[in-house]
Design a protein around this ligand. Structure first.
Ligand SMILES: C[S@@+](CC[C@H](N)C(=O)[O-])C[C@H]1O[C@@H](n2cnc3c(N)ncnc32)[C@H](O)[C@@H]1O
Length: 172
């Protein structure tokens, strides 16, 4: 659904660049990570509290494994799947720096704000940050708090169901 806009914006930032470092908070079934890994010369660290989920479709139900969906990329050393919550991952990986961060984990306003502030420190200056689900429940309250407090350091590129942010500067 978001692929056309993602292609336009991510191509602007990342087309023809090599060795990009991407972070996804909230892996789900791994669809977005697959899209990123298929289309860009990147590695992806992705984080989720669940690895396996039961999907129900009409009469049928089946098990979906995130690791299986990402397996070729994990084996190629281009993807890590981190089974933990975002706070645990962000606390343990403060030394990392990413070109792109996608925030799509908990949609509770406190978690969204925590994920935004903490991962912003891991985003390179001139990097790209995308939030999903701006209109979902209280998710937008967390996103708005971040936008208001970090206004000196960011440019909002797009605000719709997803919010696209350019990191202009770091806290100093
Ligand atoms: C909408 S799905 C992610 C979809 C994925 N980004 C994609 O586009 O393909 C949200 C995921 O966030 C995970 N999640 C929720 N709270 C979390 C938390 N605090 N830390 C890590 N993952 C969390 C859920 O288990 C769920 O799989």
């Amino acid at each position: 659904m978001h692929a056309p806009l993602w292609r336009e914006v991510l191509d602007h930032y990342f087309k023809d660049k090599q060795d990009l470092k991407f972070l996804e908070l909230g892996t789900g079934n791994g669809l977005c990570a697959n899209f990123l890994l298929d289309n860009y010369s990147c590695t992806v660290d992705t984080v989720d509290i669940e690895e396996t989920r039961i999907v129900k479709e009409q009469e049928n139900q089946y098990e979906v494994s995130t690791i299986k969906n990402l397996q070729p990329f994990i084996e190629a050393g281009r993807c890590t799947f981190n089974l933990m919550n975002t706070k645990q991952f962000l606390t343990a990986n403060q030394d990392k720096q990413y070109d792109f961060i996608y925030i799509d984990a908990s949609h509770d306003k406190d978690w969204v704000l925590y994920d935004a502030v903490t991962s912003f420190a891991l985003l390179k200056t001139e990097g790209l940050l995308i939030f999903d689900d701006y209109g979902w429940g209280d998710c937008g309250i967390g996103i708005n708090a971040f936008l208001e407090c970090f206004d000196k350091h960011i440019q909002v590129i797009h605000k719709g169901w997803q919010v696209f942010i350019h990191k202009a500067s770091d806290l100093v």
